[in-house]
Design a protein around this ligand. Structure first.
Ligand code: PRP
Length: 213
């Protein structure tokens, strides 16, 4: 049995064409089914639905043989113990710094002020500001980071930006782009040895299909 860990939403939707290229069709829709293990048209391949931030953990500890996870999640989780053969070029977005439209970020940075930064992505934010030599107090949040600068909890946020609509709707502006983000295929290292053939077939099919994304 090959077990693939996916998270619901954009990653699931954008992985479907890659699975199709490998001849794999998921037989239930996660938006309507309450099942956490979804069968496929191949008796020896199944999909497990896990929270996006849990995908690297499932794959690292063998709860799944493979998984698709955002590069952001992978950087925060740490990628030791995971084989990462492919950038799938799906679920693309960027990690950025954003502030209230009336906050003078450039001035604050130039002055060497201590910035309060709210984010779910503490490791990425810490490394980014350390490399710039900017002192920050990091405030870990688990959601709705956009609210932090609006309520005075923080001066800035580090968050994913895709269309920019969420920032605009909350009068925030993007002031720095930290990195481009896309989803990666991750593979359990023991599974790669023990189930080499079927896993290789999936990697090869994903590889071919993802270059056309
Ligand atoms: C992400 C991110 C922003 C939003 C940006 O949240 O945290 O809130 O998308 O997208 P936009 O630029 O197209 O408006 P997501 O919807 O992934 O949910 P999350 O808050 O659970 O991370």
């Amino acid at each position: 049995m090959i077990t693939l860990a996916l998270s619901k939403g954009r990653i699931f939707d954008e992985t479907l064409p890659l699975l199709a290229a490998a001849g794999i069709e998921v037989l239930e829709d996660p938006e309507t089914s309450r099942k956490l293990i979804l069968p496929t048209n191949q008796a020896d391949v199944r999909v497990v639905l896990v929270r996006a931030t849990d995908v690297p953990t499932y794959v690292e500890y063998g709860g799944a043989d493979l998984g698709v996870t955002g590069f952001d999640t992978l950087l925060e989780h740490g990628s030791s113990g995971l084989y990462q053969p492919l950038d799938l070029h799906i679920a693309r977005c960027r990690m950025s710094v954003a502030v209230r439209a009336n906050f003078d970020y450039a001035h604050a940075v130039r002055q060497g002020a201590r910035l309060k930064v709210a984010t779910k992505y503490v490791a990425i934010a810490r490394e980014f500001f350390a490399a710039k030599g900017v002192h920050v107090d990091l405030i870990k949040l688990y959601g709705s980071m956009e609210l932090a600068p609006l309520t005075g909890l923080a001066d800035a946020i580090v968050d994913l930006v895709s269309t920019g609509n969420t920032l605009r709707a909350n009068d925030l502006v993007e002031v720095e782009r930290i990195m481009d983000i896309s989803s990666r295929l991750v593979v359990n290292q023991a599974a790669l040895k023990l189930k080499r053939e079927p896993i290789r077939r999936i990697i090869d099919a994903f590889s071919l299909a993802s270059v056309t994304q």
